[in-house]
Design a binder for this molecule. Structure first.
Ligand code: PEP
Ligand code: MN
Length: 346
């Protein structure tokens, strides 16, 4: 069950609702928004009796029964899609948002060049890893703080907001100082200590689907971040591991459509990690537009053959600009579809 308090509810009235819920044997999880407090109720008990009792209390606006185990992120909780603003760029609204940049930040020249060119091609946010999760301990691990500083310089030069990965709860404060959107990588999707620590971080979160995670597990991980106080979560389909070897991962595009039914959170697609091959990136990007994703996050590098990580799946900057051009007719259709959907939802 989810209870939404009226905007003017006092602390005492909210506490009284907590108390009533606890009398019914349930536990409470509240999220304190800028405007109002929303209370999630979990546990086993007499739902109907609790719902009717709470609904009658002063300053309770609405109480609704939610059957999904992920409450705050479910469509039942919020029937219309959420818009999440990252450094002035709205995701989940009526613009298809592209985030792009190299897999890793390597040096000043590389990140500056990439930032300028992806911005010119129409990307709205710059990606680049400073802390890198690598399968081998002998591979490049990222420039860490130096990489964050280079991203800050690229941000200053181009005005693009920054998306970069946070791998550990220990680094959240540091990364939140530099990033506009904190990426949780596929390998950390179920790092619960990290997810909890993103609750109070004050920045939106990009949560990538784990290599072997179900849609339900992805939504439960998003629920962790929201239940700990941060409602600004964007989901990312980046391919899952299957028996297929022709692509690095298997892009679960149907999963994007399924997510759009199950959650109000915005969903984007990463065609680079999903395929592992630059030749496949434009086609998968088109498909992401068509299936109703809210945007893309893709890898683009000034010189992919010299990239320290993920060169094979990175577009060069000219190829990235070409892909952005070729996507425009599809994005126009996407916008028409979005306007119709929004009108139907109102
Ligand atoms: C990345 O974005 O470079 C990355 C490591 O992504 P993922 O966690 O999806 O593998
Ligand atoms: Mn990468």
């Amino acid at each position: 069950m989810i209870i939404s308090m009226k905007p003017r509810a006092t602390r005492q009235e909210i506490e009284q609702v907590f108390q009533r819920i606890e009398e019914f044997g349930y536990k409470v999880h509240s999220i304190e928004g800028e405007e109002r407090v929303v209370i999630g109720v979990v546990g086993v008990g007499d739902v109907t009796a609790c719902l009717e009792s709470v609904e009658a209390m002063p300053q309770v606006e609405k109480a609704v029964r939610i059957s999904a185990p992920y409450k705050f992120v479910s469509r039942e909780f919020r029937p219309n899609k959420s818009q999440i603003t990252v450094d002035g760029v709205e995701i989940g609204g009526d613009e298809f948002v592209v985030m792009a940049g190299p897999c890793s930040v390597e040096n000043e020249k590389q990140i500056m060049h990439a930032a300028e060119e992806v911005a010119r091609a129409g990307a709205k946010l710059l990606r680049g890893g400073a802390f890198k999760p690598r399968t081998s301990p002998y591979d490049f691990q990222g420039l860490e703080l130096e990489g964050l500083k280079l991203l800050a310089r690229a941000r200053e030069a181009t005005g693009l907001g920054i998306v970069t990965e946070v791998m550990s709860d220990r680094d959240v404060d540091l990364i939140a100082e530099y990033a506009d959107l904190l990426q949780v990588g596929a390998r950390n999707m179920q790092n619960f200590a990290l997810l909890k620590s993103l609750g109070p971080c004050g920045k939106p979160v990009l949560l990538k689907r784990g290599l072997s995670s179900t849609i339900k597990e992805l939504l439960m991980s998003a629920e962790y971040v929201v239940a700990h106080g941060n409602p600004n979560v964007i989901l990312c389909e980046r391919g899952i591991r299957t028996f297929e070897t022709a692509t690095r991962n298997t892009c679960d595009l149907a999963g994007v459509a399924a997510l759009n039914e199950l959650t109000h959170l915005p969903v984007i697609v990463d065609p680079s990690h999903a395929t592992g091959k630059r030749s496949l990136v434009p086609a998968v990007s088109r498909a992401a537009v068509a299936i109703g994703a809210d945007g893309l996050i893709g890898e683009a590098h000034p010189c992919p053959e010299k990239a320290v990580s993920d060169g094979a799946q990175s577009l060069d900057l000219r190829q990235f600009a070409g892909m952005m051009r070729d996507l425009q007719p599809w994005i126009r259709l996407w916008k028409e579809m979005r306007v119709t959907e929004t009108a139907a939802a109102v």
